[in-house]
Write a protein that binds this ligand. Structure first.
Ligand code: SF4
Length: 438
């Protein structure tokens, strides 16, 4: 049986560590010097205004620079870096540019002639991914000879892990991203995500585990200085190994299980040949779910504060990026507004599938729930936040109208919110910002 090679190594030194893990995975010898290369980092979120915890959230600029140097050293001179970071205002092009500048990508442009593209400024092309799934991908990545996929070693609240396959979601257009958060249980988010790598024969995946992230994909939860790299010429094998390192058996990660079935691959990794460090020696359990009450009514931390008279059922996989960008901020605002007196039986519903509870004051957030329930005669008193993306100001109004006097500062200054999470990293030298500079 042909075995897929996966390299695991420690991150010790610039360029040499990336060179070592790529060598363990089989090296670059088959890549012609004329190859057009597209590098896909993971910049899942960005703020122009404040510094926020990037550790385990965003691909380190250190690994990005090391990869570029390695490719240039190999003789490659056609390199494009591309990402499609989602921002609440679809017309906002400044945030992606700010990320590229502050992460040092523009200096790679000057030094090595690398091009940096915002995928939303570029054309998309519809791609048939099999099983009646088609999504619109960025044309630059489709036109490349080699994709270097640079995900971060992280767990994910909706998809258990977010590694090489999931990282490719940042190269599809917004319509396709919404399509992935499908309401059909048999063809849900995990099913769609499993298809993302079907059209790229040449992907070199290098999982950046200098920092890992628990309960990702964003900045709120525990980060670990892990100093690890994983690489493979087979993205599914890289993800199997990455997932196992994060403490999640691949058969418990639905999108990996779907992708393995689609390729008739065994789930027990018997077709994977690991080179370098031993898998067991580097694995450590990373939780992926946001802890909620048993009845799914509130985050556990809010229930422990004694908050009552409001429910905010846990997100499901139909909730897509714009709405999930707001979830943490709305919950933090509700927690900040609690003064100890029960609120008047309010519920806040999100995503595409949730249904209002009779007798509650329901707030339905987003265009999807508006479209699904706007004609329901039993919902005369429900409050809709009708748009996609949902307007933060309208969410404040809706909560105020329902009897929850919401502390508005977080939602009115969303760009500042991530800075609140920086405090816990003060005086911890292992959380080093210089990994995000070139
Ligand atoms: S309203 Fe929310 S759930 Fe609906 S498409 Fe927009 S982001 Fe997705």
């Amino acid at each position: 049986m042909e075995k897929h090679v996966v390299g695991i190594s420690q991150y010790i030194a610039p360029v040499d560590s990336v060179r070592e893990v790529v060598k363990l995975a089989g090296g670059l010898s088959k890549v012609p010097k004329t190859a057009k290369v597209f590098i896909k980092p993971n910049i899942v979120f960005w703020s122009k205004s404040v510094s926020f915890p990037k550790w385990g959230v965003i691909t380190t600029s250190r690994v990005m620079a090391d990869v570029v140097k390695l490719l240039v050293e190999h003789g490659i001179n056609d390199i494009t870096i591309g990402e499609g970071t989602v921002v609440l205002d679809p017309k906002d092009k400044e945030t992606q540019e700010d990320a590229y500048q502050k992460l040092g990508y523009r200096s790679l442009e000057k030094q090595y002639g690398v091009k940096c593209v915002n995928v939303f400024d570029r054309p998309f092309e519809k791609v048939d991914l099999g099983d009646n799934v088609s999504l619109n991908f960025n044309k630059d990545i489709l036109d490349s000879d080699l994709v270097v996929d640079l995900p971060v070693l992280k767990t994910h609240a909706q998809t258990v892990v977010s590694l090489g396959i999931k990282n490719l979601k940042g190269t599809i257009d917004i319509k396709s991203r919404k399509k992935c958060h499908n309401v059909d249980g048999d063809r849900d988010l995990n099913f769609y995500v499993s298809k993302l790598c079907n059209n790229f024969p040449n992907i070199l995946t290098i999982i950046d585990g200098i920092y890992s992230n628990e309960r990702g994909p964003a900045f709120e939860h525990r980060k670990i200085n892990y100093d690890l790299l994983v690489a493979s010429w087979d993205v599914l094998s890289a993800d199997f190994v990455g997932s196992t390192i994060l403490g999640h058996s691949p058969d418990q990660v639905p999108h990996l299980a779907h992708a393995a079935r689609f390729r008739s691959r065994p789930m027990d990794m018997t077709d994977i040949n690991i080179q370098g460090l031993e898998l067991e020696s580097v694995a450590s359990f990373h939780n992926h779910t946001f802890p909620y009450t048993e009845d799914n009514s509130l985050p556990l931390s809010m229930a422990k504060m004694g908050i009552s008279g409001i429910t905010y059922p846990k997100y499901d996989s139909s909730l897509c990026t714009y709405c999930s960008l707001l979830t943490g901020a709305v919950l933090a605002s509700i927690a900040m507004s609690w003064k100890g007196s029960p609120w008047p039986n309010v519920e806040v519903l999100t995503g595409k599938l949730m249904k209002p509870t009779p007798g509650k004051k329901s707030i339905l957030v987003g265009k999807c729930l508006f479209e699904a329930h706007k004609k329901n005669p039993d919902l005369k008193d429900a409050i809709f936040v009708k748009t996609c993306p949902p307007d933060p100001g309208k969410i404040i109004e809706a909560l105020n109208q329902s009897g929850v006097a919401l502390e508005p500062s977080i939602l009115l200054n969303l760009d500042q919110f991530p800075a609140l999470f920086m405090k816990k990293y003060a005086n911890k030298p292992e959380f080093d910002e210089s990994f995000y500079k070139i």
